[in-house]
Design a protein around this ligand. Structure first.
Ligand code: FNR
Length: 364
């Protein structure tokens, strides 16, 4: 902790410090899609509109933030969202993040576009758990479909082999605007040996007919993927209730409601606003995870009260990496957990499952 600046009390503090430490091109890349307040504007507006209604005199004894997902234990309903190329923010990149997540007992969803191989990240997680003498944490692998299914399958098999405990298939980012030239030393380590592929389209360029749209994943890929692995399968990047229902029908174990941090299509609703209609479409049982703009314990409490089972945190891990590497990410996660515990206690909830619409205030 001594290496960290003293005035780090919130995720906003991490963002402020990170802005002064990262080269402007990298900072611009990380923040792309976020608005004035460091989160996509729609998310901040939606979050601020929601008011919490505390319940008093409830029994908080034995309280816990722990949840179970797919039979896996999570110390909190908070996961590290897949964020590509973490060596942009710190030389240890994903190794620092996974050690921090493991130390805090919480899962990282490792990006296909990790700047460290998935095997090295899994090993770092196992070593960290052993050194800390704590149980192993279920980390997950985020999958981007490759143009050649054999390559996609190879990634799945490697993830299974390395001990990842779920696959989050991201379906909203196959078609993206201009990319960011990676500096020397930062690469898509998991894709070494794969043919190079067009990853983004330039602003204003013709898109249809290019490999981006020709290779963009389709529903048949979800059906195929479901048959390839017995790991829990999450579909990340859904927004339309009908798509969520379709994913469930095709055997997905959960949906991540997400607009990719505002990076793929301007003008989408906040992920929070989509929880209720998606819940209505998929019924009570399918786990719903959500991300986009969540920056505090009360933000997370709002997402859970709206009906999400867990949340993912994206950019703040890059901010925390830039400020303090492993220590920064662990501290950032500690802040979130402590804030969530305070919010839950204030709302009168001893467990995450007690959070619900009764904790949301709607003006009469
Ligand atoms: C992302 N995100 C992302 N998602 C994914 O499925 N695979 C990926 O490789 C990446 N890479 C990535 C890089 C950067 C720099 C950012 C900011 C985001 C999206 C990410 O998982 C998540 O959906 C959003 O970041 C959540 O919003 P917040 O918490 O950043 O506001």
């Amino acid at each position: 902790m001594s290496a960290l600046p003293e005035d780090l009390h919130t995720l906003g503090d991490y963002e402020r410090h990170a802005a002064t430490r990262l080269p402007s091109a990298i900072w611009g890349h990380i923040q792309e899609g976020s608005g004035f307040h460091g989160a996509p504007d729609n998310d901040r507006l939606a979050l601020d509109r929601i008011k919490l209604l505390p319940r008093r005199l409830t029994d908080l004894r034995g309280g816990s933030t722990a949840i179970e997902l797919f039979g896996q234990h999570h110390a909190t309903p908070i996961l590290l969202a897949p964020v590509a190329y973490q060596r942009l923010a710190h030389p240890e990149g994903e190794l620092a993040s996974v050690r921090a997540a493991t130390a805090m007992g919480l899962s990282m969803v490792l990006s296909t576009l990790s700047s460290v191989t998935l095997e090295e990240v899994a090993q770092a997680a196992q070593d960290a758990a052993r050194q800390l003498a704590q149980p192993e944490v279920p980390h997950w692998f985020q999958l981007y479909a490759q143009p050649d299914r054999d390559h996609t399958l190879a990634l799945i098999r490697r993830a299974e082999e390395a001990g990842y405990r779920a696959i989050a298939f991201t379906v909203d980012a196959a078609v993206k605007r201009a990319g960011f030239p990676l500096p020397p030393g930062v690469e898509a380590a998991n894709l070494r040996g794969f043919p190079t592929q067009q990853q983004v389209t330039n602003h204003g360029a013709i898109l249809f007919g290019t490999p981006l749209t020709e290779n963009a994943p389709r529903w048949e890929d979800v059906a195929w993927l479901r048959k390839q692995t017995s790991l829990p399968l999450l579909i990340k990047g859904l927004a339309a209730p009908e798509d969520a229902r379709m994913a469930a029908q095709m055997g997905a174990d959960a949906v991540v409601i997400s607009h990719h941090g505002g990076r793929v299509l301007p003008g989408m609703p906040s992920a929070l606003e989509l929880i209720a209609p998606i819940r209505k479409a998929v019924g009570p049982d399918l786990p719903l995870l959500v991300d986009g703009g969540l920056r505090s314990g009360t933000d997370i409490a709002k997402a859970l009260a709206l009906g999400a089972q867990a949340v993912l945190i994206g950019r703040p891990q890059m901010h925390a990496l830039a400020v303090g590497g492993f220590t920064g990410v662990a501290h950032m996660l500690h802040i979130l957990r402590a804030e969530l515990e305070l919010a839950m206690a204030q709302l009168g909830c001893a467990s995450v499952s007690q959070l619900g619409p009764q904790h949301l205030f709607r003006a009469p």
